[in-house]
Design a protein around this ligand. Sequence first.
Ligand SMILES: *Cc1c(COP(=O)(O)O)cnc(C)c1O
Length: 465
Amino acid sequence: MKYISTRGASAPVGFTEALLAGLAPDGGLYAPRSWPRLTHAEIAAFANAPYAQVAADIFAIFAGDEIPYDVLHELCTEAYATFSHAAVAPLKQLAPGRFMLELFHGPTLAFKDVAMQMLGRLYDHALARQDRSLTIVCATSGDTGGAAVEAFAGRASARIVALFPEGRISDVQRRFMTTATAANVRAVAVAGDFDDCQAILKQMFADQTFARAVDLSAVNSINFARIVAQSVYYFTAAASLGAPDRPVSFVVPTGNFGDAYAGFAAKTMGLPIERILVATNGNDIMARALETGHYRRGEAVATQSPAMDIQVASNFERLFFEASGRDGAATAAAFTSFTSTGSLVIPPEMLASMRELFSGVAISEAQTVRSMLATLSMTGELVDPHTAVALAGLSTAWPEPQAAPLITLSTAHAAKFPEAVLAATGVTPTAPRASLALADRPERFDRLPADVEAVKAYVREFAAT
Ligand SMILES: *Cc1c(COP(=O)(O)O)cnc(C)c1O
């Protein structure tokens, strides 16, 4: 399997190269040259299979002959053994026809662990053979950083710098990064918002001399291997509710559009997904784009669901590329211009094709609070604010039962956002083992201005140690 850039100007690469590079040299994102399709029988067989096996089967399709199946199976088994639930991603019923897919049983209590635990192991496997060590710079809206630190701490294959927006993430989110003691980990508070952190990362990649000098790598959701890992739970959840014989729909709390795009990937691979509803908080660029056809950057506002305080949904470029009929030149033109103007008008026929699968809804802070409270009183479940955004989106868009079962992705454990959950419900979520010890450990992090040159100098110095 080869991977091509959404901007059409980079040479196709294999799975390992797409994995290690993250972003393509022309500034585009990698997508498979052609989408694989699973058979009816293959999807049906996922219904009762162990999660790690489904993951290995799907990774095997994308890794092609670059990684042997038994190695993939071992990496998946190890990765998902770090989860505290035997099902890895259990499905819980909330109401007739309504289900919640719990993706937060990993080491840092958010769904980012599902992909990151695999990425850490894939990097080690790929780089052990190349005898290289990379510098991973990770821009985080809160959860990716902790998951990446947890997945890469102490590994020989990489050193990692986690850039987080100072004061914009929860204490628990921060502590997953700042209490790491491994010498290959650095946490950096940037004086700016997530979009600043992500822009700095993209500029570092654009400076190819710098990128080569430090062997720069990205594990943000632009990394295609993360999309592969995240497509797995769409299959396991749908198959356990009767797919491929019965179609299902998903509700996805959205920031960078990575998780929602993984649903698009699953659908393109043959999973009968009827609709995907993307739910945003007040940072509603994706909801607005799907509603109006105008993808336009706004000012990021701080909310109770900080992992979605994002105004540039990087993975949207992948959907645009597909909807354009995989026109690299058109995608390059649209997103180069978006970078400078902050605005992009989606051509009507492309918008129509996106809307065949996706619709969007934006949820206010007050609705998020009401959603946490209503979920607790109607189901006994204490949900985190990101999940609450999705559940509010569900009741706004689909108040009545639908023919297809509705599966809402629950992306974080309530204990990762205890202040917001307590304020909304009056109940303090019980912390599972992973976060118990965090509060007692000393924190260690550096502070930098939202300035690419300052961050480059810092990364250069770290890479030389
Ligand atoms: C990252 C994150 C999201 C958003 O996921 P995207 O792939 O960026 O759309 C939602 N909820 C939580 C808890 C997250 O950490």
